[in-house]
Design a protein around this ligand. Structure first.
Ligand SMILES: [Ca+2]
Length: 569
């Protein structure tokens, strides 16, 4: 039975390659195979690309083993020139779909056209209070006083946000606590009302002096704390929270509420020396007979760029050239540790309107979290699970110390060993293309296209040469036969408890097992192959052979080690 199956497989391969040859003349130079492999002139091609480089650096990148260059969204006027130069160097390009024109239609150096770039950042649903618990609740917007002499804050605090009721708040910031705001409101019935205030976290802000009608004014105590219900992050260290100021007796009538800033900011503790500066902001007041602040109406987050944007770019591209390939780049928000809780249907739509999808995740230099290195492979696995059958996933990894403005200055770039593990763990989870990010932003001062250590450059040359040599099995290898990895349990939670990320690719009569130890500890896993094509595993680029016993073998992995086993008769 096993024998017959392998004969059938071999015959199919012959028929397939014959078809590829006869159809070649009518086919576009670049197309996707049914499993998502890029075929270049009918041959398997593994895109190895570098993010956004100027034409003057194409040749240098080719020297590092890149075969493709991503072209910036900002350089549309030179797209034909860029593609011509790539063609002359034997490279391919990934230009923006917005730069597509009749002039570059069918250009032999165009691999695919970018239809979307990180659309999946999430905009949280707008803040909305649920007042249904108390039909007599009185809602007063902080930013809508009848009269006001409090000086507003600078834009750091005096901001617009959909996490604020009505989009705004009343602010004070600086050194001057003078001024007051007066609000008018009407109570529908007599009663004891609680005064809840949604404001800048009280334990960091100035106390508030408040007064209903002509009753005595009261200052909020320094020990007053916010509650968690309805809190929202406004970014850059700003947050909005509910606080209970006190209780008031109201008649069914018209009233006034007068507020002012009390000098001496609380700075985190009632016992701390009060600060001289002023930080104070009020989003809304709620007078309610209920004993809790209003609940928040949960509204789903939405993407910063909805799928309709990609759909329009995709349809325009396909209308101009049905054979042109579309690709998109997603942020890592689809992967639970970075999840921004966008609903699945957005990803289904982004997948629908592209031929190729990709993502970037930089645990070392982007998140200052080298321990999260296993996430690159696990996120690749997740995106493969979200993609359509036949839609390839390309993974973009970190090569440079990016010197981002928002990371600690201590943050480093990946080492050559870390970058190598990221690349091969992406492949071991199904990536059919690898991109590199090589830019440094110099923390806003010193931009560099390529901030690459000598160690990284050497590793790029080695890894890219190996990827190129294994392009056939990586992009066209059949993954349907079973590979079971055991004995690799680890306490490393970033690795989800498994040290080894591995894939089996059957290609041209051989089984390739690509395996990476994504942890910082040694491991000795066992690999078991169902119907292995032979009893010996030769290690790619190593002078070792391991005999299989009943389709199984074990091997030693040092931290972040990569091994590729070629099993042949
Ligand atoms: Ca407001």
């Amino acid at each position: 039975m096993m024998q017959r199956l392998s004969v059938v497989a071999t015959l199919s391969a012959v028929v397939l390659s014959a078809l590829a040859v006869t159809a070649a003349a009518a086919e576009p130079r670049v197309r996707l195979a049914r499993n998502g492999a890029v075929l270049l002139n009918g041959k398997p091609f593994l895109p190895i690309f570098v993010w956004d480089q100027p034409a003057s650096l194409y040749e240098m990148q080719k020297g590092l083993g890149m075969n493709t260059i991503h072209l910036s969204m900002q350089k549309e006027e030179t797209i034909k020139g860029d593609l011509d130069k790539l063609q002359s160097l034997g490279l391919l390009g990934l230009p923006p779909a917005t730069a597509f024109s009749a002039e570059v239609k069918g250009h032999p150096a165009a691999l695919a056209w970018t239809v979307e770039h990180e659309p999946n950042s999430a905009v949280p649903g707008a803040y909305k209070a649920d007042l249904s618990a108390d039909p007599t609740a009185i809602w007063i917007e902080g930013e809508k006083p009848k009269t006001n002499t409090i000086k507003p804050a600078t834009p750091w605090l005096n901001l617009e946000s959909n996490q604020l009721s009505g989009g705004h708040w009343l602010t004070a910031l600086g050194t001057d606590p003078s001024g007051q705001a007066v609000y008018e409101f009407e109570a529908a019935k007599d009663g004891q009302y609680n005064l809840w205030v949604r404001e800048f976290a009280k334990n960091w802000a100035n106390p508030t002096r408040w007064q209903i009608d002509q009753s005595p004014a009261q200052d909020t105590p320094r020990s007053l704390r916010s509650v968690s219900e309805g809190r929202a992050d406004l970014g850059a260290g700003r947050g909005v929270y509910w606080c209970k100021y006190g209780q008031v007796e109201l008649k069914a009538d018209k009233h006034t509420l007068t507020v002012s800033v009390v000098p001496g900011r609380t700075v985190g503790s009632a016992d701390a020396e009060p600060a001289k500066d002023v930080i104070w902001a009020v989003d809304a007041f709620c007078l309610t007979t209920a004993n809790a602040p209003p609940k928040t109406v949960v509204i789903e987050p939405t993407p910063i760029s909805p799928p309709e944007v990609e759909k329009a770019a995709y349809e325009k591209l396909k209308a101009a050239d049905p054979q042109a390939l579309a690709w998109n780049i997603l942020g890592a928000g689809f992967f639970p540790p970075y999840s921004n809780k966008l609903a699945r249907h957005y990803y289904d739509d982004w997948s629908k309107y592209t031929d190729i999808t990709s993502f970037d995740l930089y645990p070392v230099t982007g998140w200052d979290a080298p321990g999260n290195l296993p996430h690159v492979g696990l996120a690749t696995r997740k995106l493969v699970s979200l993609s359509r059958p036949g839609e390839p996933v390309w993974t973009i990894v970190e090569a440079s110390d990016q010197q981002l403005s928002w990371t600690s200055p201590r943050t480093r770039g990946s080492t050559g060993q870390e970058m190598r593990a990221e690349v091969w763990s992406a492949v071991a989870n199904g990536a059919k293309g690898i991109g590199y990010f090589t830019i440094a932003f110099g923390r806003g001062k010193n931009f560099q296209w390529n901030h690459l250590t000598e160690e990284i450059q050497a590793e790029l040359k080695r890894t890219n040469a190996e990827l190129t040599e294994l392009a056939g099995p990586i992009v066209l290898g059949d993954t349907r036969k079973t590979l079971v990895v055991s004995g690799d349990e680890t306490k490393d939670q970033a690795a989800e408890g498994r040290a080894i990320q591995a894939i089996r690719k059957d290609y041209e009569g051989k089984s390739y097992v690509i395996a990476v130890n994504v942890t910082r500890e040694a491991a000795r896993p066992t690999f078991k192959l169902d119907s292995a094509p032979g009893a010996t595993a030769a290690l790619f680029k190593e002078s070792r052979r391991i005999d299989l016993k009943d389709g199984s073998f074990s091997d030693d992995f040092k931290p972040l080690d990569v091994h590729v086993y070629v099993i042949v008769k």
